[in-house]
Write a protein that binds this ligand. Structure first.
Ligand code: ADE
Length: 226
C-alpha cells in the first residue's frame, strides 16, 4: 500500500474533483495511493457551524478557528493506524521540491491542512502542526491548490503510478536539470521539422542529444539549478 493523505479542507470537492483525472485518478482506483478529506465544518459545535471568526487586534479578513481544525485533525488521526505528520500548507513554510516529493513517495503520507481566509489561529499551528510547507513564493487564496500540487508530485514517484516505471526519473529536476524537448508526428508541421537525430534510430546519439538539450535549457532558463 502506497502513501495515504488525509486532507483537512472546508472545500472537499476541490480536492476530490481535481483528483478525478489522468494518472492520479487511476492510481487512486488501483489503490496505489489513497486520499480522504475531512471538513472542519463537521467538527463545529455552534448553531451556525462557523469555521472562522474576526481577528483579535482587528484588521481585515477572517481567521480560521482552533476547534473545527483541531477536531478534523483528531478525526483524521484516529482513522489512521500510524502517527502521520500534520503538515500545514502556507507561504511561511519550508519550500516543497522534487527531492521532498520523492522522499514522501516512500513514506506513509500525511495529514495536510488547508487554510483559507487570512490564516489560521496560531495556537492550532503550535498544538497540532508538525511542519509548514510552501509550494512557492506567492499567496494562494487557500491551501487546496498547494495540497493538490504536492500530492500530484508525490504520487508520480510512487512505483506503478506512471506507465513507464522510470518516467518520473526522466522528468525535469530528476537529475537536477530541466526536461529536454519532445516531438510527435508529423515529421514536419508548418515548415518545422523534428530534429534529425530523433529519426536516426541511433539510441546512444539520441540519449546524448537529449542530455545536451536538457543542459542547454537549464543554462538558458534556470542557471540557479546548475
Ligand atoms: N497557501 C497559500 N499560499 C500557499 C503557498 N504558496 N504554498 C502553500 N500553501 C499556501
Amino acid at each position: 500500500m502506497g502513501p495515504r493523505y488525509d486532507v483537512v479542507t472546508i472545500f472537499p470537492d476541490m480536492i476530490t474533483g481535481a483528483l478525478g483525472y489522468g494518472v492520479v485518478s487511476r492510481a487512486l482506483e488501483a489503490g496505489r495511493v489513497s486520499v480522504q478529506t475531512w471538513n472542519p465544518r463537521d467538527y463545529t459545535s455552534d448553531r451556525h457551524a462557523s469555521v472562522d471568526d474576526r481577528p483579535y487586534g482587528g484588521g481585515p479578513g477572517m481567521v480560521m478557528r482552533y476547534e473545527p481544525l483541531a477536531g478534523a485533525v483528531r478525526a483524521a488521526r484516529e482513522a489512521r493506524a500510524d502517527r502521520a505528520e500534520v503538515v500545514y500548507l502556507s507561504p511561511q513554510g519550508e519550500r516543497f521540491d522534487a527531492a521532498m516529493a520523492e522522499k514522501w513517495a516512500g513514506g506513509p503520507g500525511a495529514i495536510l491542512v488547508c487554510g483559507r481566509y487570512e490564516g489560521v489561529d496560531e495556537r492550532f499551528i503550535e498544538a497540532c502542526v508538525d511542519r509548514e510547507v510552501s509550494i512557492g513564493d506567492y499567496v494562494l487564496s487557500g491551501g487546496e491548490p498547494a495540497a493538490l500540487a504536492m500530492m500530484d508530485a508525490v504520487f508520480r514517484f510512487v512505483p506503478g503510478v506512471l506507465g513507464h516505471e522510470d518516467s518520473a526519473g526522466e522528468d525535469s529536476f530528476a537529475g537536477g536539470l530541466l526536461d529536454c524537448p519532445h516531438y510527435t508526428r508529423p515529421e514536419e508541421v508548418e515548415d518545422r521539422r523534428v530534429p534529425e537525430v530523433l529519426l536516426s534510430g541511433d539510441h546512444a546519439a539520441i540519449r546524448r542529444w537529449r542530455r545536451a538539450e536538457s543542459k542547454r535549457r537549464t543554462r538558458e532558463r534556470r542557471e540557479d539549478l546548475l
